[in-house]
Every structure is written in C-alpha cells, then in structure tokens.
Design a protein around this ligand. Structure first.
Ligand code: ADP
Length: 457
C-alpha cells in the first residue's frame, strides 16, 4: 500500500494500492480491450456519460474539497476553486464530444469526393503531478473520453486519493472498466509499462522537465503522440504605467496559489525603475497580511509545501540568494510553525546570475528584478530555457501587442494574473513542453486526421 500523508501535520489520511507489474499490466490490458467498443459509441453517448459524472461529482464538491486539502495542503477555498476549474473540463468536453467535426475538401478529381475525418488515436495513458490532484485528472480524462479514446492514469504518489475518488464516481456514473483505469505503484516501472506498450498510442504527461524528457525518449521506440506540460519560469513584468494596487493583487494571488507550487507561478518579477520602490512597499504590506496555516478553513491562507524536499529546495535557493547579496524584504526562512511551512518571502536586488533566476522555485518566494527599458525586459524575460507563460502589465496598447509577439511562451497574459479555464489551450514551448490541453485545441491531441478519397463516381 502507498500511504498518503497530510503535509500540514504529517498524519496519515489514507492509502492506495501499490500495484505490482502484473496488476499494472492488467489495467493496461483492460484499457486496450475497451477501446474499440468505446470508440464505436456515439459522441452523444460519450458526452452523456461525462455529463452524468460531472453531476455526481458536483453534488459532492465539498467531500472532494476536504480530501484535496488533506492530501495536498492547499486551503479549502483554493480546493473548491480547483474543483470548479476541473469540473469545467468535464462539462466542456461532454459538450465538445458532439462537435468533433471533420471536413470535405474541393476534390482534385472530378469523379471523386474528398473527406477528412477525425478518429480517436486509440488507448492512451497519462501521468499527473500532485499540485492539482483533481483538475489534472479531469483535464486529461475528459478530453480523451470525449474523443473516443480510453485512458489509464497514474496519479502522483503524494495525492492519489482525490484521483481514486474521481474514479469511484466515474464508475457510479456508468463509465465502464477499461475506459477509465487507474494504477499506482512504482512510478518508473509504470512509466515504462506505458511508454513501451505498442498498443498505447498517446501519453499525456504533466510534471518535471527531467521526467518529461525520460518519457519522450522512451516513447521514441513506439512513436507515440505526446502532450508534455513541463516546468516553467514565468516572468511577471510590470511597466511604470500599471495601476500598482491592482497589479500587486494580481501578483499575490498568482504567486501564493498553492503556496507557489504551480508551474505557471510568477517565478521572476521584473519591475520598471520608477515604480520599483512603491511596488515593493505595497507588495510587502499585502503579503504580510496573509496568514500561514493549515488549509481546513474558509479564508485564504498560505499552506504547507508538499514535502521536505520542497522545503529544502526553497531554503537552498533563498540562502544562496542571500549569500550572493540579495535583500530579504520579507520572510526568508522556514516558518516558526515548523513542519513543511515556509514563510512567504520577498527577495530584492536580484539579477540574472542568481540560481533563483534559472530555477523553478515552487514555493512562496517573490524574486524581484529591476529593469529600465522594454527591450531589456523582453530580453531578460526570454532568458530562460522554459516558455510556459509570461505575464506583463502595461496600459500602452502598442507595447502590449509587441509583448504578446515577442515574449517566448505558450501563453501570454496581459494585465491579469489569472490563466486557466477549460476553453483555452494551455501549454508551453521550449523546455516547458508541447501540445495543448483545453478547448477545441486540446481534443485535437487525441485524434488523428484521416483523408478519404471516394473515387469512381
Ligand atoms: P514533481 O517535481 O512535480 O513531483 P515529477 O516529474 O517528479 O514532478 O512527477 C510528476 C509525475 O511523474 C508523478 O506522477 C510522478 O510519480 C511521475 N514520475 C516520476 N518519475 C517518473 C518516471 N521515471 N517515470 C514515469 N513517471 C514518473
């Protein structure tokens, strides 16, 4: 069994099976065997089953939210927010199943018709991380099922309880065995079982760039389609013409969500000269007001980090920055509560030579940089191997368009700190991965395009 602990106090909150190779193989077999019948179902039938699942989960939102708080550590209001976000994918794809339209093309042959149809790629597999234990599952499975694919998922060892609960509700809603399977156990062995199996035609992975590269290599043998949502190093650029209070609020909510353990978390905050001091002052005031606590309460709090490794990584980055001359404006050490709590921290006087500039922090640390010109801001923002999201704040329309073109990222967010919703294509470029999840772009990842020439007319 894999025991699941509450990061807020170390208590055991549940357990899931630690499957051996034979059990994993059986789940993969069921996923493959269920595919032909699932693909043959009408889009409406598939959509109706997804909608039924959506209704059951929505009715028990609170149960899911409390479980999520216990295994992940985020606070209840955030957990409920994640559930809304995650439910949005089931709803959206329940509807989209019916709109997976093909095409007819003008024929090059007067005696023929040219049809373009979209077919599900086949049985698929997914591996998910612990930071969004609910949404990561629904975003992948709802898309796959809507397209006519079956899917086996391996959730993160840290947060598998929400995943298994989602499976339980899917069964209650009538989503059959094989169509949606779940496995848990040794991550590397399961990853290999997925990637080496020639019957699995697509892998969707969200997690670290390191593991993403391993999986991509391993998939080379069987040439699977892949969606890779990997690490990020998001710039958050604030120009002098931005409304400071609004921008600070946007930054704080984007940064402290899930204690900063989010791939789209602003990792480098670039402030233009004239507003630098005032912005930092207001940021310190805003962050000081936010409590640090366990998450089982209504109001927003900064919760614990997921495990000791996460605390060690954040502490090392902050200590290194301080040793190299950074100024600590707030926090800077593990929280006095002990355990896995770390103080919300604001580091100033950083530049591109600091380790914190080139590393995904994954903790409640605001890393602040100064810039003078637009060119400098764009150059610094792009100076990273990652390219998931870039945030920028300016009221200059021309500049906003220039930024949207020149920032190297899969997503550019202007004058807001909020990114995700079910209808938009989420994903990155460079070492942040490839492929998109969400909206009608997301479902294209689960189909192949078939060209049919109907001649002889
Ligand atoms: P994180 O740093 O967010 O935990 P990881 O990439 O380590 O990112 O983990 C994301 C997911 O990948 C988890 O479900 C984890 O169990 C899984 N994972 C970790 N190592 C491997 C591996 N070698 N092969 C397949 N999956 C893995």
């Amino acid at each position: 069994m894999i025991k699941v602990t509450n990061p807020a106090d170390g208590s055991i909150v549940g357990q899931v099976p630690c499957m051996d190779a034979a059990e994993v193989a059986s789940a993969i077999n069921r996923t493959c065997e269920a595919f032909p019948a699932w693909a043959r179902r009408t889009a409406k039938e598939r959509g109706d089953l997804l909608r039924g699942w959506y209704d059951l989960v929505r009715a028990d939102k609170q149960v899911f939210a409390e479980l999520l708080v216990k295994e992940n550590g985020k606070c209840l209001s955030e957990a409920l927010g994640e559930i809304e976000y995650g439910l949005g994918f089931i709803e959206w794809y329940a509807e989209e199943a019916k709109r997976l339209n093909g095409d007819t093309l003008p024929s090059h042959d007067p005696n023929a018709t040219v049809l373009i149809v979209k077919e599900p790629v086949g049985p698929t597999a997914a591996i998910t991380p612990w930071n969004f234990p609910f949404m990561m599952i629904t975003r992948k499975i709802a898309t796959a099922l809507a397209a006519g694919c079956t899917m086996v998922i391996k959730p993160a060892e840290e947060t598998p309880l929400t995943a298994y609960k989602l499976l339980e509700y899917a069964r209650q809603a009538g989503i059959p065995q094989g169509v949606f399977e779940m496995v848990s156990g040794d991550a590397k062995a399961i990853g290999e079982a997925f990637t080496k199996d020639p019957r699995i035609h697509k892998i969707s992975f969200t997690g670290s760039t390191r593991v993403g590269k391993l999986l991509a290599q391993s998939c080379g043998e069987t040439l699977k389609k892949m969606t890779m949502e990997l690490g990020g190093n998001a710039p958050f650029i604030v120009f002098n013409d931005s409304p400071i209070a609004e921008t600070v609020a946007g930054l704080v909510s984007a940064k402290l969500r899930n204690s900063g353990q989010v791939c789209i978390s602003p990792n480098r905050v670039f402030l233009q000269d004239d507003i630098y001091d005032q912005f930092v002052e207001q940021l310190v005031a805003a962050v000081t007001k936010i409590p640090v606590d366990q998450g089982m309460q209504k109001d927003f709090v900064v919760g614990p980090l997921i495990n000791q490794m996460a605390i060690d990584k954040v502490a090392t980055l902050v200590n290194d920055a301080v040793l190299n001359g950074a100024t600590v404006r707030l926090g800077g050490k593990p929280h006095q509560k002990g355990g896995l709590f770390y103080e919300p921290t604001i580091l100033c006087d950083l530049d591109e030579t600091f380790a914190v500039h080139n590393t995904e922090i994954f903790g409640p640390v605001f890393a602040i940089y100064r810039f003078s010109t637009e060119e400098e801001a764009i150059r610094c923002a792009n100076n990273t191997e990652y390219g998931l999201v870039a945030y920028a704040w300016t009221r200059d329309l021309g500049r906003a368009f220039r930024l949207s073109k020149q920032l190297e990222a899969g997503m550019v967010i202007l004058n807001s700190g909020s990114v995700g919703t079910a209808s938009v294509p989420f994903g990155g470029i460079k070492h942040s991965g490839y492929g998109r999840e969400g909206g009608h772009y997301g479902i294209e990842e689960y189909v192949h395009v078939k060209y049919v020439l109907m001649a002889g007319q």
